[in-house]
Design a protein. Structure first.
Length: 150
């Protein structure tokens, strides 16, 4: 399976985007009401937890922190939550996000790689990353999120 790579430019400083990526307010806004729970230490677990199939504490995505440099880089393994796939523990990919200041903008690069063969979420992930990144960009630039009609 091919790596998924997306590059966008956001009219905001890296600190603004970083806050969206890690703060409870930011993650609730862009990850459908979920918050990111972690100590953010390399090797520590993380989980996006929020309303869903299992009630208010549904684990939507979880994994292990691989790298974490505030305002610059975060990388982690990624698994769909247990309520999404029976074999969720076997379905691991890697997600790496980098932020680079370019003039008065920030270049946000997201790479989702290390896909196991026949991963059942590959196609839906191809569609969801652009929506998520667009939501990050819109929130950073306008203070509002996009309405996808859900």
């Amino acid at each position: 399976m091919n790596d998924l790579k997306y590059v966008i430019y956001v009219g905001a400083k890296p600190e603004v985007i970083w806050n969206i990526l890690v703060s409870p307010e930011g993650t609730r806004a862009i990850f459908f009401g979920s918050t990111l729970e972690s100590t953010f230490e390399v090797g520590a677990p993380y989980a996006y937890v929020g309303p869903g199939n299992d009630g208010d504490r549904t684990v939507h995505v979880y994994g292990t922190v691989l790298a974490f440099e505030p305002n610059k880089l975060m990388s982690f393994t990624e698994h769909a939550g247990p309520s999404y796939r029976d074999n969720h523990a076997e379905l691991e990919t890697r997600v790496t996000m980098t932020l680079e200041e370019v003039g008065e903008t920030t270049k946000l690069t997201l790479v989702n790689d290390q896909w196991p063969d026949n991963h059942p979420s590959y196609v839906s992930t191809q569609e969801s990353w652009p929506m998520l990144l667009s939501n990050i960009k819109t929130l950073a630039e306008t203070g509002k999120t996009l309405n996808f009609g859900w």
